[in-house]
Design a protein around this ligand. Structure first.
Ligand code: NDP
Ligand code: 2IT
Length: 454
């Protein structure tokens, strides 16, 4: 891809990033989206150029890659590759999820780690940016195999992390089960019970509302936008949500609690459309209890129709809706889908996943009066609540669900106001990509400059 930025300084940097990180298309995409949006900050913040903040911020502080060997149920040795990208620690310990999916590679984890820097900064909590993972596929593996993998993964990762150094968490393919196995192994090796991972079960230091946090937070963010920009709410709105994992399930739950009708969910094999509204107890049973496929929903609910869809992320956007919440994976919503959504009257697109919307689709939404909220702002509720889990672990106490949820809501509304106000200040009203990138950057930049040549 040939990325060009109008501003000469930013364009030179972009070309350097592409040359230095060849064959990393997702990383290029994330850096381009960022650099292409921050030009309005340069005249007001000359220190960004004078102190070479941008040249530094696009280079990870540390990248770790390692072999993960484990024994499967047939007694054979399997080999995966493990990663941890410790991107930036200017404002706090490295923090970010662990993705377990066969598509995982350096490019994807660098894009995720890069975006995490600005997302974590927006939460207002002291957390740096990181991401990790492996090309291990938990799907179809026994609990025993998942444990064998997680233990081997942690046998290397433990030496690079710590409660005041780097605190991993869940992401695609990594939920409470995987975090539990990793935590147990870390504790055994280091002989310390600490808050080294978040997303733990409640019985050993997890936080209430962390499971719900990303999906709930997304809806709190979008609801603030609906209220303040359109004088409306989720009440009576038709919502389409892609994915059917952690983020999608709890976005559905909160949207429904706020009065919306969620009519579709998906996975990587296809999508279900239920015009009567998704019955979430059935989805939870299929996905959380049985680890099944979304197609089973249509077997159990007569009003629903299942459509097989090669990558599960195209057909779903042909369903008319007021609000679209992509909550599956990167680049799942392209320009064609954006055109269909706009033709069908979509008003708001709120990213629950990381970078689910392609660059041209984003531009199409913005050019056609659709409110578009980038994941680094609207999905920050997950990591924010991880920050609250760290806080509870340090204090050795646990807060009630209501207390955590109220803090999460406050943080999401605050992010909305920050991003909205920042966009306005630099003359790009309602452009939340600009608002999120600039607001996220300025705090990190201030810390990097204060800490000298790091
Ligand atoms: P889960 O593993 O719980 O669920 C992922 C969902 O997305 C599944 O339905 C999965 O379908 C689908 N999916 C994954 N990969 C693909 C693909 N290549 N093509 C089509 N569908 C796919 O993950 P989460 O819900 O936790 O994460 C979803 C998104 O939200 C990711 O982008 C993640 O980075 C982001 N996110 C997650 C946070 C968290 O706290 N968990 C916080 C902030 C962002 P299938 O089962 O078929 O693979
Ligand atoms: O993308 C994300 O923000 C996450 N997967 C959550 C990270 C975390 O540390 O909770």
């Amino acid at each position: 891809m040939d990325y060009k930025i109008e501003n000469e300084y930013l364009n030179d940097l972009m070309q350097k990033v592409m040359a230095r990180n060849a064959n990393e298309p997702e990383f290029h995409q994330a850096v381009y989206e960022f650099l292409n949006s921050i030009a309005p900050a340069l005249p007001v913040h000359p220190e960004l150029i004078e102190k070479q903040v941008l040249e530094r911020i696009v280079e990870p502080e540390r990248q770790i890659m390692f072999r993960v060997a484990w024994i499967d149920d047939n007694g054979r040795i399997q080999v995966n590759r493990g990663y941890r990208i410790q991107f930036n620690s200017a404002i706090g310990p490295y923090k970010g999820g662990i993705r377990l999916h066969p598509s995982v590679n350096l490019s994807i984890l660098k894009f995720l780690g890069f975006e995490q820097i600005f997302k974590n900064s927006l939460t207002g909590l002291p957390m740096g940016g990181a991401k990790g993972g492996s090309d291990f596929d938990p799907k179809g593996k026994s609990d025993n195999e998942v444990m064998a993998f997680c233990q081997s993964f942690m046998r290397e990762l433990y030496r690079h992390i710590g409660p005041d150094c780097d605190v991993p968490a869940g992401d695609i393919g990594t939920g409470a089960r995987e975090i539990g196995f990793m935590f147990g192994q870390y504790k055994k090796i280091v002989n310390e019970f600490s808050g080294v991972l978040t997303g733990k079960k409640l019985s050993f230091g997890g936080s209430l509302a962390r499971t719900e946090a990303t999906g709930y937070g997304l809806c709190y963010f979008v609801n603030a936008l609906l209220r303040e920009k359109m004088d409306t709410s989720f009440e009576g709105k038709t919502v389409v949500i892609s994915g059917s994992g952690n983020v999608a399930i709890y976005a559905t739950e909160k949207a429904q609690q706020l009065g919306a009708k969620v009519v579709a969910l998906s996975d990587s094999n296809g999508y279900v459309y239920d015009p009567e509204g998704i019955k979430l107890d059935i989805v939870k049973d299929i996905k959380e209890v049985k680890r099944g496929r979304i197609s089973e929903y249509a077997d159990r609910v007569p009003s629903a129709k299942y459509t097989a869809d090669a990558n599960g992320s195209k057909g779903i956007w042909t369903i008319p809706c007021d609000i679209a919440l992509p909550c599956a994976t990167q680049n799942e919503l392209n320009l064609d889908s954006a055109k269909t959504l706009v033709a069908n009257g979509v008003k708001v697109v709120g990213e629950g996943a990381n970078m689910p919307t392609t660059l041209d689709a984003t531009k199409f939404f913005q050019d056609n009066g659709v409110f578009f909220t980038p994941g680094k702002a609207s999905n920050a509720g997950g990591v924010a609540t991880s920050g609250l889990e760290m806080c509870q672990n340090s204090a050795r106490l646990s807060w009630t669900f209501e207390e955590v949820d109220a803090r999460l809501k406050g943080i999401m509304e605050n992010i909305f106001h920050t991003v909205d106000a920042t966009a306005k200040e630099v003359g790009c009203e309602n452009n939340y990509v600009v608002g999120a990138n600039i607001a996220g950057l300025l705090k990190v930049s201030d810390a990097m400059i204060a800490q000298g040549c790091i």
